[in-house]
Design a protein. Structure first.
Length: 463
């Protein structure tokens, strides 16, 4: 068994029974305990995939054998596992393959306080130590094995989010929610409804695919793919709803649909939430306000941050990287093009539900429609992320530099980024961490310029 196949840049993921097995999970959990220590208990949660409960039990066995006490929180969303990690100030393992198909599963690891773990910050050590355990055929046993307890944190999670965004006074909204048979089917009723015993909100929730089913019988739980938004877009229009929300499988990402059935850019959502968070902390007297955005969010995001008197902080793409940057800079919020949204008041971790609540609060505080609100923060033409399979990523990137570098500044913060001198367009080309793919993003003031740059860049990438 070679763990290099399943340990990725920011998490662990693989085919159940072939790459990702209970034996591997037991070793990885024990190795994670060796990495983070046994001073605090290890939290273990899992999603609704059929294989997840057994994997959670295997991880509990490995962690206990390594000397850690274990808190099993059962079915949960990924951001609920972050909540437990922050609440208990303890490391956590979440079993999920997020938006991947049913035959996959994986692990997302957090240090205490919901801090991220990547290859650069400990995951490589965990991988190598677990590989040693597997090669030796045994896990070193602690003198005193840890205990195992079970705890339900859903009600506490829901109450915490309600304390961060007050929706009680907004105008009534009809909201269609597509949970894609993922964990949103459990967390949405708890947070936005009365499923956790909280007071009713002025929201009429129209549920779609709320039954937890890790086989994803209706469509993939990947709202980044436009094909998986079609059902929600149709339902929003048919129900005359004010807004639609789509969650991925582990419910840590949320995508927004306007009342016309149009998809709202995650960059527009980032701008809306950034402005709300800036205004909130400024009202409390905070002066040096920072907000993070990765380099491929729309230009409207840093422009909105700067116009509000805060400092935009540009980062590389990547979930654990941004968590680290949130802690390093003290940023109040961070937004990614992929619909991951990070909050200082949520231990710097990402939380799609919390971002959705901010959007509902903004929409419900005035009389603008969602399409009107989104259009204010969508002034530019964007290509979206286009993936191309290549044999030689470095050569393809060099062709991009040779062609476009003469038009603007080139930087290598994350792959190749080129901004045209007059500020009329930019392009980004990044290599995938896990596949032989190049990811292209282009944005311009005018659609004709975006299409021109996009099409020429794709010609160069594909040789």
């Amino acid at each position: 068994m070679h763990l290099n196949e399943i340990v990725k840049a920011y998490d662990v993921r693989g085919l159940v029974g072939q790459q990702f097995t209970e034996e591997a999970v037991t070793a990885l959990a024990a190795a994670f305990v060796a990495e983070v220590g046994t001073e605090r208990p290890l939290i273990i949660g899992h999603d609704m995939r059929a294989s997840s409960p057994a994997f959670a039990d295997a991880a509990a066995e490995g962690a206990s054998r390594a000397g850690a006490d274990v808190v099993l929180i059962g079915l949960c969303s990924t951001d609920e596992s972050y909540f437990a990690s922050g609440l208990l100030d303890a490391p956590a393992i979440m079993f999920t393959a997020s938006h991947n198909p049913a035959e996959y599963n994986g692990m997302k690891l957090s240090r205490r306080g919901a801090q991220g773990v990547s290859l650069e910050t400990g995951l490589a050590n965990v991988r190598d130590r677990a590989q040693e355990y597997l090669d030796a055929g045994s896990i070193p046993a602690a003198a005193h094995p840890g205990g195992i307890e079970r705890r339900d944190v859903l009600a506490d999670y829901a109450a915490h989010l309600r304390s961060l965004v007050d929706l009680s006074g907004i105008r009534p909204l009809k909201v269609v929610v597509d949970a894609a048979n993922g964990m949103g089917g459990m967390t949405v009723p708890a947070v936005l409804g009365q499923g956790a015993g909280l007071a009713a909100l002025p929201l009429q929730i129209v549920p779609m695919f709320f039954d937890l089913d890790g086989t994803f019988p209706n469509h993939e739980a990947n709202p980044l793919d436009p094909r998986n938004l079609v059902d929600l877009q149709r339902a929003v229009v048919e129900h005359g709803a004010d807004i639609g929300l789509a969650f991925d499988g582990d419910a840590d990402r949320c995508f927004v649909i306007d009342e016309r059935g149009g998809a709202v850019s995650p960059s527009a959502v980032s701008a809306v939430v950034a402005l709300r968070e800036i205004e909130r902390v400024r009202a409390d007297g905070e002066e040096d306000v920072k907000v993070i955005h990765n380099l491929i969010t729309s230009r409207i995001v840093p422009e909105t941050i700067a116009a509000a008197g805060a400092t935009p902080v540009r980062t590389r793409v990547g979930h654990s990287l941004i968590k680290d940057a949130m802690h390093a800079t003290g940023a109040v919020f961070g937004g990614e093009h992929s619909a991951h949204y990070y909050f200082r008041d949520f231990w710097g971790a990402d939380n799609g539900m919390l971002a959705a609540m901010h959007v509902l609060a903004e929409l419900g505080s005035g009389d603008r429609t969602m399409s009107e609100l989104a259009s204010k923060y969508s002034p530019y033409a964007a290509s979206g992320e286009i993936n191309s399979r290549v044999d030689d990523a470095a050569a393809a990137q060099q062709r991009i530099i040779d062609e476009f570098g003469r038009f603007g500044d080139v930087d290598d913060l994350d792959g190749v980024f080129i901004g045209e001198y007059a500020g009329q367009w930019w392009l980004s080309v990044r290599a995938s961490n896990t596949e032989p793919l190049l990811r292209l993003n282009v944005e311009a003031e005018k659609r004709v310029d975006m299409e021109r740059v996009r099409d020429r860049a794709l010609e160069l990438i594909n040789g």
